[in-house]
Design a protein around this ligand. Structure first.
Ligand SMILES: Cc1cc2nc3c(=O)[nH]c(=O)nc-3n(C[C@H](O)[C@H](O)[C@H](O)COP(=O)(O)OP(=O)(O)OC[C@H]3O[C@@H](n4cnc5c(N)ncnc54)[C@H](O)[C@@H]3O)c2cc1C
Length: 384
């Protein structure tokens, strides 16, 4: 057998795993249906890295830990691909200003009051595609390959009846059709980012109802600025119809279907929201990118092994009645791992989560209980 590991999915989740795995194993293959790296949601992302503000809760704690880890990780490993000029979190109105003030005791990062908001040094932005290229540079890659079938036989995972691997990792983002477990619920949240040319220089990132990036000088002496992002949820049954999720390189095809109008409206919306933050002069839209974020039902990501619900319920049928079974007894699919559900913060969460996943694979170091699939299985099992 040629491969120790195959990762399906060449977005920031799969590429972060590839980076950490390649330090431990030689035979790692990364597969994607697209023609190039990060051509799904990851290529659409503005890839802003910003703190989450608000009172303490488990999700905010996760984002804080991940943001601290990931900014240091990017700076240490690929400092030319991260721009760390800070972010100004702008108040929406007087009420918002009061709300922000009440959050001050819970701010996790250095801040100062500036212009009409709070400025955080940690705020950054990465070059999404180049970062994914960099992270996956040490593993073999195959593009333009759709994995339609996965099967476990004689301790081997077989993909599309032909490619064999000892271990399989699914980092497929919003397209979860390879996972046939009802408790594993991911909702695609589509969105758009635009890159514009302007004569206005922007010193750092801004965030209000959209984000504006710090500017980069163009050869024509104008400035390049990214503006993101919109959020669109469609009422499709993604178990039945995953048509849009399977269109290769969709990030480069904003007008992929009759949704031309959606894309135009999203562009107008982003321009309007950005004007409410900064008056960018002489704007010319250069680039439109769209993608589907993979959002879990409780917004927490999903990392680790996948529970086999059928076999677990066969062995412990009383779970359905709410009886507690130690989660380490749940039956998992052998040598199958995943990282998914990173929602709108894939570039903040993925390097941090991938490290946890690889530490678990290599040394069985426990993964935080809030991000493993147990929680979703338990909730689902009690409801069936
Ligand atoms: C418009 C927009 C703006 C965003 N802005 C930010 C931001 O500023 N900051 C931030 O942190 N996050 C942002 N996000 C969110 C971020 O993009 C996502 O969280 C992240 O890209 C998800 O990464 P992923 O690897 O899980 O998924 P993806 O990047 O979608 O990668 C999954 C890959 O799996 C492949 N795949 C799936 N199934 C198969 C199969 N069967 N066979 C072969 N290949 C398969 C797909 O082709 C795809 O390339 C934004 C998202 C959008 C859409």
């Amino acid at each position: 057998m040629k491969y120790d590991f195959i990762i399906v999915g060449g977005g920031i989740a799969g590429c972060s795993i590839a980076h950490h795995l390649s330090k431990e194993f030689k035979n790692v293959l990364l597969i994607d249906r697209n023609l190039s790296i990060a051509a799904g949601a990851s290529g659409a992302a503005g890839a802003f890295l910003s703190p989450l503000l608000g009172k303490s809760n488990k999700f905010k704690d996760l984002v804080t830990k991940a943001l601290t880890y990931s900014v240091n990780f990017y700076k240490k490993n690929a400092k030319e691909l991260i721009i760390n000029k800070g972010v100004l979190r702008v108040f929406k109105n007087q009420q918002d200003e009061e709300k922000f003030k009440s959050y001050i005791p819970y701010f996790d990062f250095k801040y100062e009051l500036k212009e009409n908001g709070y400025f955080f040094d940690i705020g950054s932005k990465v070059d999404s595609i180049k970062m994914c290229e960099f992270l996956s540079k040490d593993v073999e890659k195959r593009f333009n390959l759709e994995i339609e079938k996965i099967e476990f036989k004689d301790d081997i995972w077989i993909l599309n009846n032909t490619i064999e691997t000892k271990n399989l990792i699914l980092a497929t983002g919003a397209d979860t059709t390879l996972i046939s477990e009802d408790y594993f619920k991911i909702r695609p949240v589509w969105g758009q980012r635009i890159d514009v040319e302007t004569t206005t220089k922007v010193p750092y990132n801004y965030h209000k109802e959209c984000s504006i990036s710090s500017s980069q000088k163009l050869p024509n002496n104008k400035y390049l600025v990214s503006i993101g992002a919109t959020h669109n949820i469609y009422n499709c049954d993604h178990k039945i119809c995953s048509y849009c999720l399977k269109i290769p390189n969709i990030s480069n095809k904003p007008r992929f279907t009759s949704d031309n109008e959606v894309s135009k409206n999203d562009t107008q919306k982003l321009l309007k929201l950005s004007k409410d933050i900064l008056d960018l002069k002489d704007i010319n839209v250069l680039n439109i990118k769209i993608g589907a974020r993979a959002s879990s039902v409780d917004y927490f990501p999903m990392v680790g092994e996948l529970i086999n619900s059928q076999e677990t319920l066969l062995k412990y049928p009383y779970i359905k009645k709410g009886s507690k079974v130690p989660s380490q007894n749940y039956i998992k699919y052998k040598n199958l791992y995943l990282l998914n559900g990173v929602g709108g913060r894939g570039f903040v969460l993925s390097p941090f989560l991938a490290k946890q996943l690889v530490d678990y694979i290599v040394s069985k170091k426990e993964i935080d209980s809030d991000i493993i699939t147990n929680r979703l299985f338990q909730r689902w099992a009690r409801r069936i």
